[in-house]
Design a protein around this ligand. Structure first.
Ligand code: HSE
Length: 423
């Protein structure tokens, strides 16, 4: 294995984990570590504080450093730091999904010109090996579909809501107290993190550039304890699903939203902070990879794995790994949510009037929506009823039209939720 000198940018949970694992490899020397706060106490035995700098550009411009490990996150100033490093001929190993989703094309283009690689196994699903497998051993496949749980925080919250009948707010608070959710949880609970990850994964799986700006995204903040309960009664669990598929007409459908997942489905059994990726390809068929999607050690496994593969490859040649150069110059033709077809869960608050269910049936019928299940359990104290409808496969724009029409009826008080269903 070629001896390499590395610089680490970011020394939080992941950076520290990477540093500790790298102590086991004498071929790899950590020359510098860029941090925000030089005075912070580091919980590492015999740590040499002289490795630290608060100027990441010092690492990007250091002629002795071969590889940058970037685990700082964010787009600014990380993009400029990595661009400088690439222009200086350094290879990059990164866990930064946001940067790759937003500015990946630009970085990969410069990397190609400079004959260096950007490796990013840790950017999608932490410790689960998925990027390298898709680019290497699965390359004989035409991948047509991905359905995945790519965010541990939201999976943890939804699991606790289900297991303990908690409201979203209470489950989030517990997740924050236990360190699963951040103080500002927006990136996770609104689905941004999962959207970055599915944009990266669907780009390499479908060999077309999937734009983050065209990914439909909905988070979990509107899921109520009542939704979780109704879903369970109907045989489903609610999960935040990141999905991507190639349609028969060649268009690409990529989105992130909560779904009712049938209890028998493997993704319904993935609980707590665990991630899972189900991938369908020809000739391989269905694959499912499940494991830790975050955390210091699992993420270090992917970061150090990328680094060691690179070191081993550079032993034989100065050329980048052929499988690491991105071949997705073609832009994906992504469809809008209105064009998608799904089964739906619609939770409707109706007045306790004779004919309310008839109105729902008539309006659904008029909009080409075939109801497969309808559930009402009594009447509430305010003389309204919660009516839950599950539909057969319908067009999203038809469903949206039906919801508007329903709201015009005096018998319909509110559409409490609309979720998509995976069987
Ligand atoms: N915050 C992410 C999660 C991990 O909850 O899965 C890093 O992307």
């Amino acid at each position: 294995m070629k001896k390499l000198k590395v610089g680490i940018i970011g020394f939080g949970t992941v950076g520290t984990g990477v540093f500790k694992v790298l102590q086991n490899y004498k071929e790899i020397t950590v020359k510098k570590i860029a941090v925000k706060n030089l005075n912070k106490k580091r919980n590492i035995e015999n740590f040499d504080e002289k490795l630290l700098t608060n100027n990441a550009f010092e690492i990007a411009n250091d002629p002795e450093i071969d590889v940058i490990i970037e685990v700082a996150g964010g787009v600014n100033p990380t993009f400029d730091i990595l661009k400088t490093a690439i222009n200086n001929g350094k290879h990059i190993v990164t866990a930064n999904k946001e940067l790759l989703a937003k500015k990946g094309s630009e970085l990969f283009q410069i990397a190609k010109e400079k004959n260096v690689v950007i490796l990013y196994e840790a950017a999608v699903a932490g410790g689960i090996p998925i990027i390298m497998p898709v680019k290497t051993i699965l390359c004989a496949n035409k991948i047509s579909k991905i359905a995945a749980i790519l965010n541990g925080t939201t999976n943890y919250i939804l699991t606790k809501m289900h297991e303990q009948n908690l409201s979203y707010e209470t489950a989030l608070k517990q997740a924050q107290e236990l360190g699963y959710a951040e103080t500002d949880p927006t990136g996770d609970v609104e689905g941004f993190d999962a959207a970055y990850k599915i944009s990266i994964l669907s780009t390499i799986s479908f060999n077309k550039k999937v734009s983050i700006d065209k990914i439909y995204r909905e988070g979990i903040t509107k899921i109520t304890a009542q939704d979780i309960k109704s879903a369970a009664e109907l045989g489903y669990r609610i999960k935040l699903i990141a999905m991507g598929q190639v349609l028969e007409n060649g268009k690409i459908d990529v989105r992130v939203h909560p779904m009712l997942v049938a209890k028998k489905h493997l993704l319904a059994k993935v609980n707590n902070a665990t991630n899972s990726i189900m991938l369908t390809g020809y000739p391989v068929g269905d694959l499912i990879l499940t494991g830790p999607g975050a955390g210091s050690e699992p993420t270090a496994s992917s970061v150090v794995g990328d680094l060691l593969v690179l070191a081993s490859e550079l032993e034989y040649s100065n050329a980048p790994l052929p499988q690491s150069i991105c071949h997705h110059d073609e832009i994906a033709d992504q469809i809008e949510i209105g064009e998608t077809f799904n089964e739906y869960y619609i939770s409707i608050n109706a007045s306790n009037n004779p004919g309310a269910i008839g109105i729902i049936g008539t309006i659904c019928g008029k909009n080409n929506i075939n109801i497969s299940t309808i559930m009402q359990k009594g009447v509430k104290d305010d003389n309204t009823a919660e009516i839950v409808v599950i539909t057969e496969k319908s067009k999203e724009s038809d469903v949206q039209n039906a919801l508007k029409e329903l709201l015009q009826s005096d018998s319909i008080k509110n559409i409490d939720n609309l979720l998509r269903v995976m069987n």
